[in-house]
Design a protein around this ligand. Structure first.
Ligand SMILES: C[S@@+](CC[C@H](N)C(=O)[O-])C[C@H]1O[C@@H](n2cnc3c(N)ncnc32)[C@H](O)[C@@H]1O
Length: 573
């Protein structure tokens, strides 16, 4: 072989090895689609999102100015999520979303056009749209956080694959079927659809917070007996049904002895005690439900009970004590989940108008979702970035009212058909502050503060330093959102101080005023202070301040470096 032939051969081997690596990396199973960019993907190379206050006509709803705020953000949720990625990374307990279902019936626009049933890229557009948003949303969840994604038959298959890809199949907690339309959609071919799906995913299934549902009145009724410990019901100690024979569980076949006069129970044979074995009425040898060790414990605690039947035979039962709740089932059927009665009609009642919003959820379906995910977390944060009429916010306020909780919500929605202004904002305002119903009766408010923000954009034109200056100038609401401090304490041209009942947020927009800023900081002596200082790089730290009070806890962050880093992860600018 010549040197040239040898080199050619080596090249072929190298090419084959590379091809082998490429093929191994190729997706073998899962969802494949053609990415369909959104118009603003191109625009965001030239502009970055920030938040501004909504104009004065939509006043904030405030019942406790020093308290924490619920948030409403108007704008495309891709931009709202981008800001939240900086302000709320790893901070959200529950994300509940109810996106457009892509039914092809003029209910969802992509790049300003309705996506029709016969659009060849219908599914690709929808998945491109959802994929981008979910990838940001996952970063907002706490480790124990849960995402609930509602969907119907049009996209259940695709979105399940997508969610498996983004969250990992192991983090699928379950899929719940909710009967949201008990009458059934009779216009459907073949079957009248009456349900939709709630897909539950954990960020990390080992830590996911899933809770039992409170017992219903019916369920409570079954616990019809009571002793000094609790309410209980009696269940047979002998097993029945599958795997209940002696041969299936030989260790659970043993004698229990019962005193025929006093009905005392023992595992040891004693004088005057009758031997009872788990043999059923047909003479079949079955097994007890529990092993000997547990049985001993239950006998001692009085939780195994003997009864004499009419025919003189003795049966054994075990006390099943009432629990505070039960695992949620995977099918939710109840008239309270009807989206018409407890969604559309409810909104009309609150807003005093007819036909205000087409696709709301039943508030009870959302409350039950909250109960399965954050019932015991009284200060949980809930995010809904397809908020529509604001059912999620309303449900959080109802749950807080019921158990005196302090859960907060962030709702994001666009303002299509003025929905954000006229439905979401108006509904939350009314249910927080109270309103008069159609009959003129007062409906009591559920409380809670609401801050109404809106996305805006900073143009990227000149130098990066110019962009940094502009973005910091426009960062006030982002920082207030990050720290949940919206009450103005001291507002000067280059210095701004906000507060809530447990902290201050202090922003310095120009280091030329560092001395004045330090003087202002030194007056803030009663609460911790989150300090933000404009800097062209990340190298501004606490050490730059002299004579800061030792008694107060300070955190210091230069801006906008971290915000820009976050944007660099998302946008191609
Ligand atoms: C099905 S509805 C949600 C209804 C809500 N669960 C309720 O109970 O009222 C979906 C909402 O998402 C909003 N939406 C759709 N695309 C959006 C986007 N890119 N950014 C923000 N909101 C969007 C629509 O305006 C619509 O109000």
């Amino acid at each position: 072989m010549t040197i040239q032939q040898h080199e050619e051969l080596l090249k072929k081997v190298k090419d084959l090895q590379e091809e082998n690596i490429r093929l191994k990396k190729r997706k073998k199973y899962g969802l494949v689609w053609e990415d369909k960019p959104e118009i603003f993907d191109e625009q965001s190379k030239n502009a970055l999102p920030v938040l501004i206050e909504k104009d004065g006509r939509f006043n904030d709803t405030i019942s406790d100015p020093d308290g924490d705020f619920n948030i409403l953000i108007e704008g495309d949720n891709y931009h709202s999520l981008s800001v939240l990625k900086y302000t709320h990374r790893n901070s959200v307990d529950l994300i509940y979303i109810d996106p457009p279902y892509n039914t092809g019936n003029n209910s969802w626009r992509y790049n300003n056009n309705y996506v029709e049933k016969d659009d060849a890229f219908r599914h690709s557009k929808w998945i491109s749209f959802i994929n981008k948003r979910l990838r940001i949303a996952k970063d907002l969840l706490k480790e124990e956080g849960v995402m609930v994604f509602t969907i119907d038959d049009y996209e259940i298959a695709t979105v399940t694959l997508l969610l498996n890809e983004i969250f990992g199949e192991e983090n699928w907690l379950n899929t719940v079927v909710v009967e949201n339309n008990p009458r059934g959609r009779t216009s459907n071919a073949f079957f009248a659809t009456s349900h939709e799906y709630y897909l539950f995913y954990g960020k990390n299934y080992k830590k996911s917070n899933i809770e039992n549902l409170p017992l219903t009145r019916e369920q409570k009724k079954a616990f019809n007996l009571k002793d000094e410990i609790s309410e209980y019901r009696l269940l047979p100690l002998r097993k029945s049904g599958a795997d209940s024979d002696r041969k299936d569980r030989p260790k659970q076949f043993y004698p229990i002895f019962v005193n025929e006069k006093t009905l005392e129970i023992s595992l040891k044979s004693k004088k005057g005690y009758k031997e009872i074995l788990p043999i059923d009425g047909t003479g079949r040898e079955r097994a007890w439900k529990i092993g000997k060790d547990n049985c001993e414990k239950y006998i001692l605690s009085g939780d195994v009970v003997a009864k004499v039947k009419r025919d003189g035979s003795i049966t054994l039962s075990q006390k099943d004590r009432i629990k505070s709740g039960r695992k949620a089932k995977t099918i939710w059927v109840d008239s309270k989940f009807d989206a018409s009665a407890h969604g559309s009609i409810l909104i009309n009642k609150i807003l005093g108008q007819r036909k205000t919003f087409d696709y709301p959820k039943s508030i009870w379906a959302v409350i039950q979702t909250l109960q399965t995910t954050i019932a015991s977390k009284k200060d949980a944060l809930v995010l809904d970035f397809f908020a529509g009429s604001g059912t999620t916010g309303h449900a959080v306020l109802e749950l807080n009212k019921e158990d005196d909780g302090n859960r907060k919500f962030i709702l994001c929605t666009n303002n299509e058909n003025k929905i954000c202004e006229e439905v979401t904002y108006e509904r939350i305002k009314r249910v927080s502050q109270g309103y008069k119903n159609k009959k003129g009766e007062d409906v009591e408010g559920l409380g809670g503060n609401l801050k109404y923000l809106k996305t805006d954009f900073i143009k990227i034109d000149n130098s990066i330093d110019d962009l940094k200056e502009k973005i910091v100038e426009a960062s006030t609401q982002i920082l207030c959102l990050k720290e949940s401090t919206f009450k103005e304490k001291d507002i000067q041209e280059k210095i701004k101080i906000f507060e809530n009942n447990h902290q201050y947020t202090a922003i310095l927009f120009d280091t030329f005023y560092l001395k004045e800023f330090t003087e202002v900081l030194n007056k803030l002596t009663d609460k911790k202070v989150a300090v933000y200082v404009f800097a062209y790089d990340k190298n501004f730290s606490k050490e730059e301040f002299h004579n800061l009070s030792q008694a107060v806890e300070y955190t210091v962050e230069p801006i906008p470096e971290k915000l820009l880093e976050t944007y660099q992860e998302i946008f191609n600018f």
